[in-house]
Design a protein around this ligand. Sequence first.
Ligand SMILES: NC(=O)c1ccc[n+]([C@@H]2O[C@H](COP(=O)([O-])OP(=O)(O)OC[C@H]3O[C@@H](n4cnc5c(N)ncnc54)[C@H](OP(=O)(O)O)[C@@H]3O)[C@@H](O)[C@H]2O)c1
Length: 243
Amino acid sequence: MLALEKKTVLVTGGSRGIGRAIALGFQKAGAIVYATGSKAESIAWMEGSGIHGSIADVRSPGAIDMIIKDIRSQNGRLDCLVNNAGVSSTTPASRFTEDEMDAIIDTNFKGVFRACQAYFNQQRKEGGNIINVASILGLVGVPLASIYCGTKGAVIQLTRSLAVEWVGSGFRVNAICPGMIDTDMTDPIKSRDKVLEQVIAAIPMKRMGKPEDLSGAALFLASDLSSYMTGQLMVVDGGMTAA
Ligand SMILES: NC(=O)c1ccc[n+]([C@@H]2O[C@H](COP(=O)([O-])OP(=O)(O)OC[C@H]3O[C@@H](n4cnc5c(N)ncnc54)[C@H](OP(=O)(O)O)[C@@H]3O)[C@@H](O)[C@H]2O)c1
């Protein structure tokens, strides 16, 4: 039903965590999967896995543009772009430096925008499908995540805005909002028993999500099963924002 066999997909930040699970989910569905990491060690595991790995820092203008060019020259088109690469921070709002603010905004917001723009400019004639990995922290606020929350709220608005601007060119643009997922990014929560206990108590399903819990939403949004959806959010959080 998904009909993703031989479709081409690029997952940024596919080296670890949620991006890795999404990349493997697409591979299982028969897609031709390209995934990036920020450095050679991150993508070493992809060697021989069937997933085409490349290094791209999403903060570097032109990096994702080049990768999309290569994918298009090898396959004719890129069917789906998953903008997943991201960073977080637990710096108190009162202590952010310009450099730290810039690093998070550059990765989480400008990085997503650059990739969307590169994909659109290369494929405006054929159309395309973009899935942005935002966060429930783009919908609700929590302490010690001010700039991160801001970038994720911005990604949500970017998703809606591009969906409307590019609909005439056959592009769909949607976002996934994960809740608390067990990856390296949530180490600061997992390493503090009391905090972890409080977080789990606030999740109706009483567990953190696994990275694999996100792949179904990505496969659905990439497929024609969601062909009438654009500019929308899929919240995958064990009920956390419903409580
Ligand atoms: N975990 C959660 O609870 C949660 C909740 C909501 C949303 N999210 C979002 O989901 C996405 C994935 O998060 P995760 O939990 O899987 O994080 P993670 O385990 O820390 O992995 C982050 C990924 O992003 C890549 N990355 C970071 N900075 C990059 C850069 N400048 N250029 C290229 N790649 C870069 C990393 O590459 P390297 O391996 O090379 O470092 C890695 O693949 C992020 O956008 C995050 O904000 C996560």
